[in-house]
Write a protein that binds this ligand. Structure first.
Ligand code: ZN
Length: 65
C-alpha cells in the first residue's frame, strides 16, 4: 500500500493487516479491505509496532553516526 499521508510505499506487517510508513512513521490498519490511519502515541509506537510483527524501527540501523 501507499501511505495515506505522504504517498510513500509502506512496509507491510507479516499479517498484511497493518502497514507502517518508513517516511512519516504513520501506522495503518486494513479494515475490511480499506486502509485507515491507526493512531498511536509516540511513547508507545515501538511497543505497538513490535506487537504487530514489524521488525525494529526502520531508522535504527540506517543512521549510524
Ligand atoms: Zn507516510
Amino acid at each position: 500500500m501507499q501511505c495515506l499521508q505522504c504517498q510513500t510505499e509502506a512496509e507491510m506487517a507479516p499479517s498484511q493487516l497493518y502497514a507502517r510508513c518508513p517516511a512519516c512513521k504513520s501506522l495503518f490498519m486494513n479494515v475490511a479491505g480499506n486502509w485507515q490511519l491507526y493512531p498511536v502515541e509516540d511513547s508507545q509506537r515501538n511497543m505497538i509496532e513490535h506487537s504487530l510483527g514489524f521488525s525494529n524501527p526502520a531508522e535504527a540501523d540506517t543512521h549510524a553516526a
